[in-house]
Design a protein around this ligand. Structure first.
Ligand SMILES: [Zn+2]
Ligand SMILES: [Zn+2]
Length: 413
């Protein structure tokens, strides 16, 4: 049995003196088993049926009030404390990626052809369930309310919005009202395992998904003078648009423009009618974002015209940047130190990846934490690659930081 003692002080997080090490140790084997089970049975965005069934079942067993099918396959578990306090939201995402895992890498590799947990969302789900189970044990002494949000569809960027559209933050909705704080974590295979990275302010970039169509005039490859070649225009555009980053964005500001896909043509001796480009724009500052979007459109229109072609530019999807609330990040930093010791917490660097946690954080101020998961002595195991792997010590680190942070933020102050 874990020890529970009152340490005095009105409604302080520290009042609930949970022996975190002991609580995590008792659940460690089960947490690893759960994570490996999710890893073996990965599910794509908005198809997390098996995962969400297990999540709902475990939350219910832990004694939480559970709502399913929030944002299609999302699950919400409410832990109602017995004393007055704030509402803290903890978010975990559940979806996997359309990737084929290297089957020789791990003994518990994916059993689903072409689907892989290559971003660590299996770990996020196992961590979230373990935190809920620990806190549920202290329900009677807990101030406030914890809203555990198991989100679908992070990798396609629509999961958080789908849950909000189902009334997650609405009075009487599945979350039981608006939270005061939003929290969540992501494991990071490029950061040292066992460490928590906490950063105030901008953390992850805004993303705009771009679609460009260049319309020319098709014809025989041997008579280019009778055609307008959209492939050549696409090539010119890719090069010219990069100058927006190098020549028009202030050097101390960040912007990335990548065209990840160009599709055109069917055969060597046919000049096609159209070329299609798909790209991504990453920025932090709204002004830089606005300028880039406007200039991509103007430059592509003008450049296409110069070659007698026509360009149509669209933004198909947008996510805001992840900006950690500064005051909150300072408190999370202290909580992480309480959970891991001073050596366990480092200042997390800004990066150009994106996360739809930002959609929740745009509604309610929050803090997104990174948990290091690099496997010592191994080559790089990057996210979104068939080689992705993590040091499972990150599960324990994640649970400790999450539990301590939630406990510290629940009291009214
Ligand atoms: Zn990912
Ligand atoms: Zn992810």
């Amino acid at each position: 049995m874990a020890e529970r003692e009152k340490a005095g002080g009105a409604e302080q997080g520290a009042e609930l003196n949970i022996n975190l090490n002991q609580e995590v140790k008792r659940r460690e084997d089960e947490m690893i088993r759960l994570r490996r089970d999710f890893h073996q049975h990965p599910e794509l965005s908005f198809a997390e049926d098996r995962t969400s069934r297990i999540v709902a079942d475990r939350l219910e067993k832990s004694g939480l009030k559970v709502r399913t099918q929030v944002g299609k396959t999302g699950v919400v578990g409410i832990l109602e404390g017995n004393r007055p306090g704030r509402t803290v939201m903890w978010r975990a995402d559940m979806d996997a990626l359309p990737l084929q895992e290297d089957p020789d890498l791990l003994p518990f590799h994916s059993e689903i052809q072409g689907v892989m947990h290559a971003c660590g969302h299996d770990a996020h789900t196992a961590i979230g369930l373990t935190v809920a189970d620990i806190l549920a044990r202290y329900k009677n002494d807990l101030p406030g309310r914890v809203m555990f949000v198991f989100q679908p569809g992070e990798e396609v960027g629509g999961g958080a919005r789908a849950m909000l559209a189902d009334g997650l933050f609405k009075e009487g909705g599945p979350g039981g009202g608006r939270p005061d704080v939003t929290l969540g974590l992501h494991v990071g295979s490029l950061f040292p395992a066992g460490k928590a990275l906490v950063k105030a302010g901008p953390l992850m970039a805004a993303v705009d998904t771009l679609a460009m169509t260049i319309r020319g005039k098709g014809g025989h490859a041997a008579t280019p003078h009778l055609t307008i070649d959209p492939v050549m225009v696409a090539c010119e555009l890719v090069v010219a648009l990069q100058t927006l980053v190098s020549r028009e964005v202030p050097p101390m500001s960040a912007a990335v423009l990548t065209w990840g896909a160009i599709h055109s043509g069917t055969k060597d001796n046919i000049i096609p009618v159209e070329a299609h480009m798909m790209g991504t724009l990453r920025t932090f500052e709204p002004e830089v974002r606005r300028h880039m979007l406007e200039r991509i459109e103007t430059m592509s229109n003008h450049l296409a015209k110069a070659f007698r072609a026509e360009a149509t530019f669209r933004v198909t999807e947008s996510l805001p940047p992840v900006i950690n609330d500064a005051a909150l990040a300072a408190r999370v930093w202290d909580s992480a130190i309480r959970a891991l010791g001073t050596d366990g917490v480092i200042d997390g660097g800004q990066r150009m990846g994106s996360e739809d946690m930002s959609v929740f954080m745009e509604e309610v101020p929050g803090c997104f934490i990174t948990i290091g998961a690099a496997r010592p002595g191994e080559t790089l195991r990057p996210h979104h690659s068939p080689l992705f792997a993590m040091d499972e010590i990150c599960l324990e680190t994640g649970v400790k930081v999450a539990t301590q942070t939630i406990l510290d933020l629940l009291p009214n102050r």
